[in-house]
Design a binder for this molecule. Structure first.
Ligand code: SAM
Ligand code: SF4
Length: 343
């Protein structure tokens, strides 16, 4: 199949998996590197991939454009920390052409915020409208402990820059038992006070990290019960196309999202796939099966083989994952770190 690298609007997506789910949302990790070392995400001494293994920015553009040609409507750039990748704005600028044609409805990113002061304006120029910023605590000392090297004041300055540039921001926090338990109210008030949605994420068993998963795991059902002590929560059918389920808090009028891969099976409506910075396509965050897209990308300057590899992979997208965290399960369900697959 020959599909041009600058696709036009697709009437209906043609990447449909065996369970009838159309794949319209691709998350692409552009680097496994990061300026932080969050305790649940990375080990203290991470071994990063050799640079030659990474897709070039041109290859990332070809790969994303191939998905757009097949009906992908939303692209999320992630990592590692996407903004530490050298010349990353070149990729955003190239991908923005798909927003201009209308083929893509959203180009967005997930970031730790450390470089937003530098890049917020350029992101807006490239058509980015909404971003996710990860902040697990508003306590500067705890922030340093969780991220091992982050500076909260720099991230907060980045948030200011993003909002001043006109970006709509959602805050993501991983719910960590014994770490940010007491802070959930403050996080919600902080986010809603600035007109931002607040989403909590359950810690997922990805990659070996120093602490036992079970020690970090705090089910979001308990987080929601705790929030209900101060907020009147009403379910909404609001969706950003991602896996979060949203509630509104009557007291603030703001939205609170919950991403619950462990306590709630969110697989039925999964419209997503992930691509790593080395061009490996994961059809499910919680399964090992993957397809190599780098080889077909590098094999030829045209995209036929790439499209064939993508089609074959989508034909084997699994029904769902089966993460387990309990006292008897000491091994991660999936050996790769979140920073490799891309959050
Ligand atoms: N560096 C960027 C950031 O922190 O937002 C983007 C990549 S990060 C891997 C994406 C998201 O995954 C972050 O919100 C992070 O908190 C979350 N994350 C990382 N490891 C996780 C894990 N084991 N379980 C749940 N969420 C995790
Ligand atoms: Fe870096 Fe994001 Fe992982 Fe933290 S969660 S170590 S900021 S990639």
């Amino acid at each position: 199949m020959n599909v041009s690298a600058t696709p036009s609007v697709k009437a209906s997506p043609d990447l449909v998996d065996p369970f009838g789910r159309a794949v319209t949302y691709v998350r692409v990790s552009v680097t496994d590197r990061c300026d932080f070392r969050c305790v649940y995400c990375m080990s203290e001494e991470m071994q990063f991939l050799p640079k030659r293994d990474l897709l070039s920015l041109e290859e990332l553009d070809r790969l994303c454009s191939a998905f757009v040609a097949r009906g992908t409507r939303k692209l999320r750039i992630t990592g590692g920390e996407p903004l530490v990748r050298r010349d990353i704005m070149t990729l955003f600028r190239r991908l923005s052409r798909h927003l201009e044609t209308g083929a893509l409805t959203e180009l967005t990113l997930t970031t730790n915020g450390s470089l937003l002061s530098r890049y917020a304006g350029e992101l807006v120029d490239c058509g980015v409208k909404r971003i996710n910023v990860s902040i697990d605590t508003l306590d500067p000392i705890k922030f340093r402990e969780i991220t091992r090297r982050g500076d909260l004041s720099v991230v907060l300055a980045g948030l200011d820059a993003a909002q001043n540039a006109g970006l709509s921001v959602k805050i993501n926090a991983v719910a960590l038992k014994g770490v940010n338990e007491a802070e959930v109210f403050d996080l919600v008030k902080f986010a809603h006070g600035r007109g931002m949605d607040m989403t909590f994420i359950e810690v997922m068993p990805l990659g070996e990290v120093e602490r036992e998963r079970f020690d970090q795991y705090w089910p979001l059902s308990e987080v929601r019960d705790k929030l209900a002590e101060q907020f009147t929560l009403a379910p909404t059918d609001y969706s950003t196309g991602g896996p979060a389920r949203y509630y509104t808090a009557a007291e603030t009028g703001g939205r609170i999202g919950f991403i619950t891969p462990l306590t709630h099976n969110f697989c039925e409506s999964c419209n997503r796939v992930r691509v790593t910075c080395t061009g490996t396509l994961y059809m499910c965050l919680g399964q090992e099966d993957a397809a190599d897209l780098r080889a077909p990308l590098r094999a030829a300057p045209t995209d036929e083989a790439l499209h064939e590899a993508i089609e074959a992979a989508i034909r084997r997208k699994p029904r769902g994952h089966d993460f387990i965290i309990d006292r008897d399960t000491r091994q991660p369900a999936v050996a790769r770190h979140m920073s490799v697959t891309g959050g």
